[in-house]
Design a protein around this ligand. Structure first.
Ligand code: ADP
Ligand code: ASP
Ligand code: MG
Length: 411
C-alpha cells in the first residue's frame, strides 16, 4: 500500500472545529487506500505562549527545560487529533517524538534529526492505524532528554518521517494554498507557483519565507521526498494540489526571478574608523564565529586618508546584543573608534535559478529601489539570489517594487 505523510500547521489545528476539518482530510486519504502518518504542530499561538513563559520564568533559562516546556504544544494536538479520528471510526494512535523514536542532536532548541526508526509506525500501519505524530520534537540519546527542532520545525519532522517511511508523498498543509512568488499577506498581487525548484525554495526559506522551515527543504532535497505545500482550508472533498517542490528539470517555463523574500531577523553593526591593515577582518570576525554568531552581509568602505576604514555587517537580531558586547570586549585588538548598530533594518532578497544565465539582474533592482527613494545600506549576491539591506519602514514598498520589476505580479 502507498504511504503518505500529511502535516498540519498551527492555524490548521487552532481549535477543535479545525482539528475535525483536518480529520476529514485524513479520512479522504485513508479512504483512497493510503497508509497515513499525520504530523501536527501546536495550536497557533501556543508555542509563542510557551516560549514567553520560559522567558518569564528566568531570563537565562536552561535550554533542556525550554524543550520540555515548548514540546508540550504538539503533545496536545497529536492526542486530540487521534481522539477525533477515533470518533469518526478511523483507528488512530498518537506518537510523541521519543516514542518513535526520532533521535536528534543535543542542540536543545534547534536540534537536528539524526535518525528515525520507522518500525513502530509500520507496525501501526499493519494494524490499520493512522499514526498521529507530534511534530517539532525528538529525543537525544543517551541522555534521554526531549529536544525541539527550532521554530517551524514540524515541517522538518514531516519531511524526515516521509524519508524514513519511504513515503510516496509528503503534503504540508498550511493556511495558504501553496508557495507564492512572495508572501501573499503583504503583496496581494503575489502569484501561486505550481512548482518551485528545491534550490530556490531553500533560498526563499533561508531568506525569510517562513512557509517552510529551511531544514525541511534540505531534507526533501537530499532524500528526494516528493513534497507539496497546500491548503488545509480547501474543502476536504475537493482539495487542490498546491505547489510541488521539484528538481530543475521538472520546470517547464523558467523565470529569471522566481520569488522575493524579506527577513526582519537582521541587525546591522558598523565599526567606524577601523585601522586599514592586514589582520583586522580576522580580529573582528573570528571572535564572532567562536561565539557561533553568523555574520551575513559585509561591506568595507575605504576612507579618504586610506589609513582607516568603516566596516558594516549584519548579524541575526537575536545575537545583536551579544555581538556588540564581544566587539566592545575586543575594542583594543580591533582598534575602532566607534561602534554603531541598528535593528530597524530589513533584508529583501530576489531569488531565481535564472540569474545564473542572466547578467544585470541585481543592477535593475538597485535602480528601481533608488527611483522609489529607498536607500540601500548593504548588498550581497550569490549565484541564484541577491539581497539588499534597507530601512525596515520600506519593507512593503521594496518587496512590491521588486515583485513588479521582475514581472511577478498576478494579472
Ligand atoms: P504553519 O503554521 O502552517 O506552519 P506558517 O505560518 O509557518 O504556517 O507558514 C505559512 C505562512 O507563510 C503564510 O501564512 C504566509 O504568510 C507565509 N509566507 C511567507 N512567504 C511565503 C511565500 N512565498 N508563499 C507562501 N506563504 C508565504
Ligand atoms: N509549534 C512550533 C512553532 O510554532 C513548530 C511548528 O509549528 O512547526 O515553531
Ligand atoms: Mg510553519
Amino acid at each position: 500500500m502507498s504511504r503518505l505523510v500529511m502535516k498540519f500547521g498551527g492555524t490548521s489545528v487552532a481549535n477543535i472545529e479545525r482539528i475535525k476539518n483536518v480529520a476529514r482530510h485524513v479520512q479522504r486519504e485513508v479512504a483512497a487506500g493510503h497508509h497515513v502518518a499525520v504530523v501536527v504542530s501546536a495550536m497557533s499561538g501556543k508555542t509563542n505562549e510557551l516560549v514567553g513563559w520560559c522567558k518569564e520564568g528566568a531570563a537565562l533559562y536552561d535550554p533542556r527545560e525550554y524543550d520540555a516546556v515548548v514540546a508540550s504544544g504538539e503533545q496536545v494536538t497529536s492526542g486530540l487529533l487521534a481522539i477525533v479520528l477515533q470518533d469518526m471510526g478511523i483507528p488512530a494512535r498518537s506518537w510523541q517524538g521519543w516514542q518513535i523514536p526520532i533521535k536528534t542532536s543535543d542542540a536543545h532548541g534547534s536540534a537536528r534529526i539524526e535518525d528515525i526508526d520507522p518500525k513502530g509506525l509500520e507496525d501501526g500501519f499493519a494494524r490499520g492505524e493512522v499514526a498521529v505524530i507530534a511534530g517539532f520534537q525528538g529525543i537525544h540519546m543517551p541522555t534521554g532528554r526531549l529536544t525541539t527542532l527550532g521554530r517551524g520545525g514540524s515541517d522538518t519532522s514531516a519531511v524526515a518521517i516521509a524519508a524514513a517511511l519511504k513515503a510516496d508523498r509528503c503534503d504540508i498543509y498550511t493556511d495558504v494554498d501553496g508557495v507564492y512568488t512572495t508572501d501573499p499577506r503583504i503583496v496581494p498581487k503575489a502569484k501561486r507557483l505550481d512548482r518551485v525548484v528545491f534550490e530556490e525554495m531553500l533560498e526563499m526559506a533561508s531568506l525569510g519565507s517562513k512557509v517552510l522551515q529551511v531544514r525541511s527543504v534540505e531534507v526533501a532535497m537530499v532524500h528526494k521526498v516528493k513534497t507539496f505545500v497546500r491548503s488545509s482550508f480547501d474543502d476536504p472533498a475537493d482539495p487542490k494540489p498546491g505547489t510541488l517542490i521539484c528538481d530543475e528539470e521538472d520546470i517547464v517555463e523558467q523565470q529569471v526571478v522566481s520569488g522575493i523574500a524579506y527577513s526582519k531577523d537582521e541587525a546591522q553593526i558598523t565599526l567606524r574608523d577601523v585601522a586599514d591593515k592586514p589582520g583586522i577582518a580576522a580580529a573582528i570576525f573570528v571572535p564572532l564565529a567562536d561565539a557561533n554568531i553568523n555574520v551575513d552581509m559585509i561591506i568595507q568602505v575605504v576612507s579618504d586618508d586610506a589609513k582607516t576604514t568603516d566596516l558594516t555587517f549584519t548579524v541575526p537580531t537575536a545575537d545583536f546584543e551579544r555581538a556588540k558586547k564581544i566587539l566592545a570586549d575586543h575594542k583594543t585588538e580591533v582598534g575602532y573608534k566607534e561602534l554603531a548598530g541598528a535593528t530597524d533594518v530589513v533584508k529583501v532578497s530576489a531569488i531565481g535559478i535564472g540569474m545564473r544565465s542572466h547578467a544585470g539582474v541585481a543592477a535593475r533592482a538597485f535602480k528601481a529601489l533608488s527611483d522609489k527613494g529607498i536607500n540601500i545600506r548593504a548588498i550581497t549576491t550569490s549565484e541564484i539570489k541577491f539581497s539588499v539591506l534597507i530601512d525596515a519602514e520600506y519593507t512593503e514598498l521594496a518587496v512590491r517594487t521588486l515583485h513588479t520589476l521582475y514581472g511577478l505580479d498576478k494579472a
